[in-house]
Design a protein around this ligand. Structure first.
Ligand code: TXA
Ligand code: MG
Length: 318
């Protein structure tokens, strides 16, 4: 159900959830100070409550309403990358609802650059908790239609056109002088290193750095298999003629698979196209989606991350 900006503000102030556009993916938003509204996000997404949410704010001046510490390194990153596809995890003020940060002592904050989203944040005066507007573990939505496909036609959606960045924000935690990359995104680790003036702190422990970052994430319903080369993909495709495929760059005349989509051969355009392409291929109900892996270079790191997650198969139960 598409709704106006005024209606979205009314619903959010009344403690309801609304799907909203951002430049990365559509978010399922609710008032980040309202525990009952936050509970509706988790219930609608069927998301475990131990997976904290990002709070979207209208500007850097609002940061002290949420973070108890805003060290110079975080200030430098925020002024460089906001508004934009960049999330900062900082120590939380004690009055930030425990539900929005899932019990963590930190809070994730982002100033999005989508104009309608910014207008919503400014006019409502709210901080909006918003995870991607899809059921837990499913593909992220980059259009209003994707949201309705995953969450149903009754979900109120503020239309904002197709998302221009196309994959979720880069997440960085800052602790004093140190920073860590919690989730790769289109603002790359190398650019952050340049701005921070130092490399990310790498810890050796194995536990996931961002709670809720399970491998099984961003998945189409159709099983996906990742291939290191087009040649390997084609060889496999010859044995499964009904397979769908997601390839990079131009098609070869010899390509075997018919149900095929090609992503642009540059990472910025490919990111913008990624989820719509996976939604389309998923809707074909092919037995499998064959995916050509992007090159193992820093510029493609975020795309590789999402595609590896899409292709992850949980170990079968014995
Ligand atoms: O681009 C985006 O970030 C989109 C749009 C809607 O803004 N949002 C998004 O939210 O991707 P979600 O919930 O799908 O992913 C948020 C990630 C989760 O993996 C969560 O673990 C991490 O952010 N996160 C949130 N709060 C955190 C915290 N306090 N500490 C560490 N990680 C946190
Ligand atoms: Mg998500």
């Amino acid at each position: 159900m598409r709704i106006s900006l005024d209606k979205a503000i009314k619903l959010l102030k009344a403690g309801e959830v609304v799907a909203i556009p951002t430049e990365t993916v559509y978010g399922l938003a609710a008032d980040a100070r309202n525990d009952q509204a936050i509970a509706k996000i988790y219930a609608t997404k069927e998301r475990p409550a131990n997976n904290p949410l990002i709070v979207h704010i209208a500007g850097i001046d609002q940061i002290t309403e949420w973070a108890s510490d805003f060290p110079p390194l975080a200030q430098k990153l925020a002024t460089t990358f906001w508004p934009g596809p960049f999330t900062l995890v900082l120590p939380a003020r004690a009055d930030v609802p425990v539900t929005v940060r899932a019990g963590e002592p930190t809070v994730a904050l982002r100033v999005p650059s989508h104009v309608i989203c910014l207008q919503l944040l400014r006019e409502s005066g709210l901080g909006l908790a918003a995870p991607s507007a899809n059921k837990y573990t499913q593909l992220s939505p980059t259009t209003a239609a994707h949201v309705e496909f995953s969450l149903g036609d009754d979900i109120p959606v503020l239309e904002g056109g197709p998302c221009q960045v196309g994959i979720e924000s880069t997440i960085v935690s800052v602790n004093g002088d140190d920073w860590q990359l919690l989730r790769p995104g289109m603002i790359s680790e190398s650019v952050i290193t340049l701005v921070a003036g130092k490399p990310a702190l790498h810890t050796s422990d194995e536990k996931p750095k961002a709670p809720g970052q399970h491998l099984l994430h961003y998945s189409p319903r159709t099983p996906c298999i990742l291939f290191d080369s087009r040649h390997a993909l084609d060889e496999y495709a010859a044995t499964v003629p009904a397979a769908a495929a997601l390839i990079l760059g131009n098609e070869n005349p010899t390509d075997i698979t018919k149900n095929k989509l090609a992503l642009a051969l540059n990472p910025v355009s490919a990111a913008e196209q990624l989820y719509a392409a996976l939604h389309t291929l998923d809707a074909l109900h092919a037995p499998v989606i064959l995916i050509e892996s992007p090159p193992d270079t820093p510029a493609w790191a975020a795309l590789r991350d999402r595609l590896h997650r899409a292709a992850y198969q949980p170990p079968t139960q014995k």
